[in-house]
Design a protein around this ligand. Structure first.
Ligand SMILES: O=C(O)CNC(=O)[C@H](CS)NC(=O)CCC(=O)C(=O)O
Length: 281
């Protein structure tokens, strides 16, 4: 069934949860199997986590293995899958080599015609020291994006974000004010910070924006001993968890009713009650 643009018709969303490894081919193969599983279960919109094709924590190796869009193996694969399965498909991110010792952490949305409908480069860089045995200095390897992105799905407007962006509520406000009904947060949250903050932050962003939040996540132990939190989440605009993954790879699905966006916002119209105010003295 193909809906007209912004039809507001209900649809089924699926978050793919993966344990991505340090090589493109096996990681993409594992993601493809789960995408096919989600399609078989009736998904219309299928989303994968941050760094779907390669999770490589060593800077030199990440740079060496990164590829430009023209030769990245994930792009023709996802184009072909979206067209074959007739679904909307979000690659949560692929690391795209920019040719200057930097990588873009870039989401791609593919339409059922196999074309790229939107690109978004992660804006906020995870330069953080947490006591989990790893140091995270994303800005050493990645070039930060500088522009917020929304795009239209057949069921309403989608805003794109990635992982650590989740901690910066003004970006979500901007997306909601630009008309988003749904926001994607593909992630590779650390196990330690995820256990402490993941559910709370995702529910808060859903409640503040009155948007559905789709958060496909990396899980498990990766090359180099890095651990991600899993628990892919689909949250309603009222802040209810509609579906949640565990700690293993798999598919998390929920029925999405775009009318719930208007309902949540009419119960608590905080987006329209926003005010400008002077800073403190
Ligand atoms: O570098 C890669 O290979 C993939 N990128 C990531 O894993 C990114 C940057 S290191 N991770 C996060 O943003 C975690 C955020 C987080 O865990 C938090 O906000 O608590």
């Amino acid at each position: 069934m193909s809906a007209t643009p912004n039809s507001g018709a209900p649809f089924t969303a699926a978050c793919i949860q993966t344990n991505t490894g340090p090589d493109h081919a096996p990681s993409l193969k594992a993601a493809e199997a789960l995408i096919r599983e989600a399609h078989g279960a009736g998904a219309d919109l299928i989303m994968t986590p941050e760094v779907t094709s390669l999770l490589e924590s060593r800077r030199a190796a990440a740079l060496e293995k990164s590829l430009p869009e023209e030769s990245h193996p994930g792009i023709p694969l996802f184009r072909a899958l979206a067209a074959e399965l007739q679904v909307w498909l979000l690659a949560g991110s692929f690391g795209i080599g920019l040719g200057d010792n930097k990588i873009a952490n870039r989401s791609f949305l593919f339409g059922p015609d196999g074309n790229v409908k939107a690109r978004y480069d992660k804006i906020h860089m995870f330069d953080v020291e947490i006591p989990d045995g790893q140091t995270y200095r994303e800005s050493a390897t990645y070039r930060a994006g500088e522009k917020a992105v929304v795009t239209d799905l057949p069921w309403g407007r989608l805003g794109l974000t990635i992982c650590y962006d989740l901690r910066f509520p003004p970006l979500y406000r901007v997306l909601a004010e630009a008309g988003a009904s749904f926001i994607t947060v593909p992630s590779a949250f650390t196990r330690l910070t995820g256990a402490a903050h993941w559910h709370t932050l995702l529910k808060a962003r859903a409640i503040e924006t009155g948007c559905y939040i789709f958060a496909p996540a990396q899980c498990g132990t990766h090359a180099g001993g890095r651990e991600t939190y899993g628990h892919s989440l689909i949250v309603s605009p009222w802040g209810e968890v509609l579906a949640e993954g565990g700690e293993e790879p798999g598919v998390v699905m929920a029925k999405i009713d775009p009318a719930a966006v208007g309902k949540a916002r009419s119960m608590v119209p905080s987006l329209t009650n926003v005010r400008d105010y002077a800073p403190p003295d």
